[in-house]
Design a protein. Structure first.
Lengths: 309, 589
């Protein structure tokens, strides 16, 4: 991505009293890119995003959003970005269309309300009260409101947290569409699948620091170049390992030597050797597969924590 | 773009409010219940003053309610629910939200003003308000001011609970001490003083002044100014302290900002406590309200002057005048839309006029309380007007104005160049005879100790009965010439017993041989004529001022009936004689 940086962050720090929520973060988001901030609750994602949105003041560092300083020029920034907040609400008795019209009035530029509501499948619900909407519909409305000013940059803070899997899928489809429209999106999430599915690039945040950054694929490869071969057998596997595994192959047995996980840089060769070794020993294979590392593994490896609560 | 945001937000807030049943309940139904309950309870149908009181009261309920519980609580609720958070990421300042709250409060409240005025006119036959525009203006400014207060509360609290507590803490005293819920004059003095610092008191006195006295908004400019200052301060402080999220807490010290918005009222309150304007106005409003009460005096003998009396009839008093005289059978009070007063065959006559009432020693220092007591003495004895010497300092004229406006209760004062000075009562005192002190009315009104010490003083004076006899002969001579002087108590000569002296005088006249009818006419119609008040005072006719006297018995046959007073009306107000007497007895040393 050689296009200009829509967001640029250098040495960003934020303290609340004595607590440092963000401890020196650097990253850029390019135009048309969907950038994910991945991390557990309390990692500093929301703080970072809110500084970018112009809602909070930073303690130190340089930040530019669409060329503006969100602290000093927050109105300019807010006018040009779209935001779907994590925990937010609208008045119970506001109708969908009224909410859209209200928010449209706040911005210099505004999209065609009917088109937006149609695009988010809310046009049929335009006269429904907010309180009557389902969780998914509420989240779609949040997205609609985030897009109401035809923003150059969209912030989606945990857009699917608390939604059931089917609705989450629905929202993912909508976000993918933003990706097709080449809009710049900054997404925070603690769902691995979301980041893997939607993001061009991901930064993994833990305890206020970025511990890794790159495309989901890059991260998987860079951090854990090893794929794992996992095998399950009917009988216990022999004590003696194949000659070739002495170097470069890490093994772990379980279930009374009936299960084995072997990681190596070239998993295909390990499979060949494994099959040969087990056949020679007369051990029957019940199941065998190669597992590519996921972001979850990456996260676990980098932070020693799991993402899920 | 900015104006667009204001309009859009206000529109949505209005829509949301209209959809909120709780808001509608508190804005319309609750005040309506109060309106009907107090309207029936306070006898609004028989008294435009009471009606005005009820209208002011429900308007105050509405303004304070929408201010403290509409504005403040709503904003806090939206913050707690995370609704304001969503607006925080839009490129708007808090101003459109705050302005929308003010405008909505106003728009929701305004119809209730029309509702209550229409109800008052239709259900209770009220004919107010004279200055509807001024009324609307004052209550509108009031809504804005109290909404601003509500918004500041929202700005300085950290939770719904705190918001409720502070709103209640401000709402209750402001409502109670404004005069809307409880008449201020029954409160202890220090509370009355405190009340003058509250915004609600200014608003209440403003609406009452407009409803009862026909004041305009301009007459209430000080209160309006203070309320507008509160709106400006309220908006500025709310914008400064505005918080979009409940996670943003404010320091406890921020609550001091509440004092900031109260500052204009503290300033104008301090100024008004100093020049007693507000206190004066409270008393005037109270008096106006009493003067506007409608009365139907039933089953009464009506002395119409010249020795003639209507044997049985009823008198309808409305707005301080005799509206109608019903000869024969009395109508029901309900038909006449008036409070009934059963006279049981007693006699109604015009209140008396004392044509010679020395008000104060020319050299003495003015003592407002003594002046009030002195005037009370006249009213207590059924004297509705007095002629007093106009003094170079203008004290009599100033007192006259205070009585006319209603700040103090008293007979109408006519400052004249030379008051009547012929007084048998004064001559009797000069002769060393203190009979006046044993008069029933004097005993009822003045402290016994004071009368006794006067009697002791009188006992030490030389008795010169010839002085009194000479005066008596002089009176008879004048009578025979057909030149009866205007009756004057001249406060009983050196005794200084204001009020009973005139009754005593009339008794002395009849004892001297003057017919009671002539003595009465001299003290009523003729005296009024001399003072240029013929046809207004000293008469019982339709259109006359309702300054009247009801006595037990027939004074034409027994002048002593004048001492057996049943009721006194002054400009339509039924005088609380018992209260006057007990206040005088405790107040006078």
């Amino acid at each position: 991505m050689e296009s200009r940086a829509v967001i640029s962050v250098r040495g960003l720090r934020k303290s609340y009293g004595g607590f440092e929520a963000v401890r020196g973060i650097d990253f850029d988001v390019a135009e048309g890119e969907i950038f994910g901030l991945l991390g557990p609750n309390g990692a500093g994602k929301t703080t970072t995003v809110e500084i970018l949105e112009g809602l909070r003041q930073r303690s130190a560092g340089e930040v530019a959003v669409l060329g503006y300083d969100p602290e000093k020029e927050s109105t300019e920034v807010k006018d040009r970005i779209g935001v779907a907040l994590q925990a937010t609400n609208l008045p119970d008795k506001i109708r969908v269309k009224e909410a859209a019209e209200l928010f449209a009035a706040f911005y210099t530029r505004s999209a065609d309300i009917e088109a937006i509501l149609r695009r988010l499948q809310l046009w049929e619900k335009r006269n429904a009260f907010y309180s009557m909407l389902s969780g998914g519909q509420k989240q779609r409305l949040a997205l609609a409101l985030a897009l109401i000013n035809e923003p150059e940059l969209v912030f989606l803070d945990e857009p699917t947290t608390g939604l059931d899997p089917q609705v989450r899928l629905e929202i993912h489809t909508l976000i993918s569409r933003l990706r097709e429209q080449r809009r710049t999106v900054l997404l925070t999430t603690h769902y691995i699948e979301e980041a893997e599915r939607l993001c061009h690039r991901v930064a993994i945040i833990d305890e206020g620091r970025i511990v890794a950054m790159g495309s989901p694929r890059e991260l998987q490869e860079r951090v854990l170049g090893h794929a794992r071969v996992e095998v399950k057998t009917m009988q216990p596997m022999p004590e003696e390992l194949p000659e070739a595994w002495r170097e470069g192959v890490a093994t772990a047995f379980s279930d009374g030597r009936r299960q084995l996980a072997a990681s190596a840089e070239r998993p295909a060769r390990v499979v060949v050797e494994l099959v040969k070794w087990l056949e020679n020993a007369g051990v029957e294979i019940e199941d065998l597969h190669i597992r590519r590392p996921t972001l979850e593994d990456v996260f676990l490896e980098l932070t020693g924590k799991t993402l899920r609560d | 773009m900015r104006l667009k945001a204001y309009i859009a937000y206000t529109k949505v807030t209005l829509l949301l409010t209209a959809r909120d049943r709780v808001v509608l309940f508190f804005n319309y139904l609750m005040p309506l219940i109060f309106f009907v309950a107090f309207g029936e309870g306070l006898g609004a149908a028989t008294s435009p003053g009471a009606m005005a009181q009820v209208v002011s009261m429900v308007l105050m309920f509405g303004v304070l309610g929408t201010g403290f519980f509409g504005g403040g609580i709503r904003a806090t609720m939206d913050r707690e629910a995370g609704i304001l958070r969503r607006f925080k990421v839009a490129p708007i300042s808090p101003a459109p939200l705050l302005v929308a709250s003010l405008v909505t409060g106003w728009a929701v409240f305004l119809p209730s003003v029309f509702l209550f005025i229409v109800l008052a006119r239709w259900r209770y036959g009220w004919n107010g308000p004279e200055n509807f525009g001024s009324l609307l203006f004052v209550v509108s400014v009031g809504v804005f001011a109290f909404r601003s207060l509500g918004l500041i509360i929202a700005s300085v609290v950290n939770s719904m609970q705190e918001s409720q507590i502070i709103a209640q803490l401000m709402y209750m005293p402001m409502l109670l001490l404004s005069g809307a819920a409880v008449p201020l004059h029954i409160l202890p003095d220090w509370l009355q003083k405190l009340a003058q610092f509250l915004p609600s008191t200014h608003l209440y006195l403003g609406t009452q002044g407009i409803l009862v006295r026909g004041e305009t908004a301009w007459d209430n400019r000080a209160a309006i100014g203070a309320m507008l200052a509160a709106v400006a301060a309220g908006l500025a402080i709310s914008i400064k302290l505005f918080r979009w999220e409940k996670e943003e807490k404010v320091k406890p010290a921020a609550k001091l900002w509440l004092a900031g918005i109260l500052l204009p009222f503290i300033l104008i309150g301090a100024w008004q406590v100093r020049d007693r304007q507000q206190e004066r106005k409270m008393k005037i409003l109270e008096r106006q309200s009493r003067r506007s009460q409608s009365w139907l005096i039933r089953d009464v003998r009506i002395y119409t002057g010249g020795g003639a009396a209507l044997d049985r009839g009823a008198v309808l008093i409305r707005n301080g005048r005799i509206e109608r005289i019903y000869p024969g059978a009395s109508p029901e009070p309900k038909e006449a839309r008036a409070e009934g007063l059963e006279a049981g065959g007693r006699t109604l006559l015009p209140a008396l006029i004392d044509s010679g009432a020395p008000l104060a020693d020319p050299g003495a220092r003015p003592d407002p309380q003594a002046e009030e007591r002195l005037l009370a003495g006249y009213v207590y004895c059924g004297i509705g007007a007095i002629a007093a010497e106009a003094d170079p300092r203008g004290a009599a004229a100033a007192l006259k104005q205070r009585v006319d406006e209603g700040e103090i209760l008293g007979p109408e004062i006519f400052p004249v160049e030379r008051r009547a000075s012929f007084s048998l009562a004064a001559a009797q005192a000069a002769a060393g005879d203190a009979a006046l002190l044993h008069d029933d009315l004097a005993r009822q009104f003045f402290p016994a100790g004071w009368l006794d010490s006067l009697a002791a003083l009188a006992g030490q004076r030389p008795r010169r009965p010839e002085l009194f006899e000479a005066a008596r002969q002089q009176l008879l001579a004048m009578w025979k010439r057909g030149e009866l002087p205007p009756p004057a108590g001249a406060a009983g000569g050196w005794l200084g017993v204001h009020g009973p002296a005139l009754i005593h005088e009339l008794r002395l006249w009849t004892e001297a041989g003057i017919p009671a009818a002539q003595a009465l006419d001299a003290a009523t119609a003729l005296a009024a004529q001399r003072l240029g008040a013929a046809g207004r005072l000293g008469c019982v006719r339709e259109g006359c001022e309702a300054t009247l006297l009801v006595v037990d018995g027939d004074p034409l046959e027994d002048i002593g009936a004048l001492s057996r007073i049943h009721s006194v009306f002054v400009r339509g107000e039924r005088v609380q004689r018992g209260e006057l007497a007990s206040r005088n007895k405790t107040g006078q040393k």
